[in-house]
Each structure stands twice: as C-alpha cells, then as structure tokens.
Design a binder for this molecule. Sequence first.
Ligand SMILES: N[C@@H](CCC(=O)N[C@@H](CS)C(=O)NCC(=O)O)C(=O)O
Ligand SMILES: *[C@@H]1O[C@H](CO)[C@@H](O)[C@H](O)[C@H]1NC(C)=O
Ligand SMILES: *[C@@H]1O[C@H](CO)[C@@H](O)[C@H](O)[C@H]1NC(C)=O
Length: 247
Amino acid sequence: MKSFVILIAIMLMVNQFGTAVARSKRKRMPSEPIKFYYLAPSPPCRAVMMAARALDLELDLIPTNIMDGDHKTPEYLKMNPQHTIPTMDDSGFILWESRAILAYLVNAYGKDDSLYPKNPRQRAIVDQRLNFDIGTLFPRYSNLYFPMLFRGDEYNQENADKLNEALGWLNIFLEKSAFVAGDNLTIADISIIVTITNLDAFKFDFSEHENLTKWFERTKKALEPYDWEDIDETGAQMLADFLKREH
Ligand SMILES: N[C@@H](CCC(=O)N[C@@H](CS)C(=O)NCC(=O)O)C(=O)O
Ligand SMILES: *[C@@H]1O[C@H](CO)[C@@H](O)[C@H](O)[C@H]1NC(C)=O
Ligand SMILES: *[C@@H]1O[C@H](CO)[C@@H](O)[C@H](O)[C@H]1NC(C)=O
C-alpha cells in the first residue's frame, strides 16, 4: 500500500515536470494576429516583415499608402501622431519605429533570444549596430537618395562619399565576425540589410568593401527561408524602378 502511494506520487511528479517542460518549449503567441500598417517598398516595413517570418509570427497586413495620405487620417494619427509606417498594433499595444518593433517581437515572441541576445554585452553590440543604422547609415543613404527619389535631383558625389564612408565602417565591423553583431544573425542584420538591398538595386557600387559584400551574400542566404526575395528584393526593386522613372 505504502509503495503504491509512493509510486502514484512519483507518477504525479513526473507528469508535472513533463507539463512544465512542454510549457517552457511552447512558443508564446499573440492572442490575435498583430495588425501591421505597411507598404511593400518601405525599407523599415520590409525589415519587420522578415523578422516576423523568422519568428513564425502571422501579421495582419494593412496596406497604408503614404502617397495617398492613408497615414494622415484622423484614425491613423490617433494611433501614431508621427504618421510613419511601419506601425503595429498587438491587441491594443501600439508601437512604431521599426527597430523598436524588431526588439519587441523577439522579446515577446522569440522561442529563444538568438535574434536579440539577452547577454548584456552581446545585446549592447546589437544596440550599437542598430543605433549606427538609424543614426548614421540610413541618414547617409537617405541624404543621397531621397532628393533623387522624391525631387528628381541629380546624383550628388559629396553625399555618395559620405555614404561610402559609413559603408567602410560597416565593413570594419565585419572584419572579425560573420554577422554585424557577432557570429549569429540578429535583428541588426535584418535592419541593416534593407538599406544594402536598396543600394544593390540602385547599382551603388560597394564591391570595394569586401567583408560587406560577403556579408550581404551570407545574410541574403540566411534570410531566404524568411522570404528575402519576396519581401526585401522585390521592395527594393520597386524603389529602383521609381528611381529610374524619376531620371
Ligand atoms: N525610423 C523609422 C522611419 C519610418 C519612416 O520614415 N517611414 C517612412 C516610409 S519608409 C514614412 O512613414 N514616411 C511617411 C511620413 O513620415 O509621413 C522606422 O524605422 O520605422
Ligand atoms: C548562435 O547560434 C548557435 C547555433 O544555432 C547557438 O548554439 C548559440 O547559442 C547562438 N548564440 C547566441 C548568442 O544566441
Ligand atoms: C574581411 O576582409 C579581410 C580582408 O579581405 C579578410 O582578411 C578577413 O578574413 C575578412 N573577414 C571576414 C569575417 O570575412
């Protein structure tokens, strides 16, 4: 009788343990698909869409045409007064700024932290690269290409040189590691690649930066299962076609 009770107790413990293991392995999921306000050619939107695929998250895609003013409606401004795309709505939790969205999605729904490591020093490097992207790389890209895209201006060599200088720094970051923030793919690669994909589509020659060129090939391959071609290459090509029409 006594051994029977002990046996039952052990069986209950094993069962509890098994449930706990299954629970910890089960992925956290949004209670309903995250609403995602986007436009296909938009680089920051493309970054988030690839990350969502990498995290196996379903997005409820809501096309938001900034050329038609979809982002200036009272409803949109109530949600995001800064009227930028991408903007996400996760069951009422609203967030914009693509890099903040990338970090949130991994923190909230990543099955592990590999895309945004929790280790303070590893995370600091990812954050440094993301800050380099928003503060240096993307502005230098836009200083060169926004006037060409949206005003039909000529290619400005001085702005091209500034962009090339930033690409040189990125090339140095890539001297010792396969990806921009270490040996694994992170959200920093996903954020940075959309600008490099644009440059590739615009035929900006960055081949002198050998590590960067190799990283681009490597990262494309890493993102292929997450629809790099459909999301990133196709979007960049739309912008390249637009650029051609402007000239
Ligand atoms: N730093 C922002 C940039 C967002 C942004 O400027 N998006 C552009 C489209 S690519 C936009 O919404 N433009 C319309 C506007 O700002 O009114 C991010 O990464 O989300
Ligand atoms: C990098 O990837 C490897 C292999 O997938 C994994 O074992 C390791 O934990 C990852 N490192 C980080 C910092 O996530
Ligand atoms: C970066 O480029 C240098 C010079 O071409 C090379 O020696 C080095 O191995 C490259 N690093 C990586 C990670 O590919």
